[in-house]
Design a protein around this ligand. Sequence first.
Ligand code: ZN
Ligand code: ZN
Length: 102
Amino acid sequence: MLDLRPNCEYCGRDLPADSADARICSYECTFCADCVEKHLKNVCPNCGGGFVARPIRPGREWRPGVSRTHQKPSEKRVHLKKDKAEINVFVAKVSGVPARER
Ligand SMILES: [Zn+2]
Ligand SMILES: [Zn+2]
């Protein structure tokens, strides 16, 4: 199941489960739309992959036992594993390759 992480790894801002601004890579690394655009240029600093908008898990129980009340978002905040200078170099290298060809 998708891990709905509570914050942007880059700037630390909150990204609640109903946020339209959350972006994820295929490993569920989670960033805000601003950081993906301005700082990361659609390059995940952890894996090099691209991002998509994180889907919003329903807040209401439309089907029995299925909602974000039943399958709760993560409360574990995640932080960058590399410093921002290293990430800048990485992003400059990888962003020249289209996400589908990485
Ligand atoms: Zn951010
Ligand atoms: Zn990633």
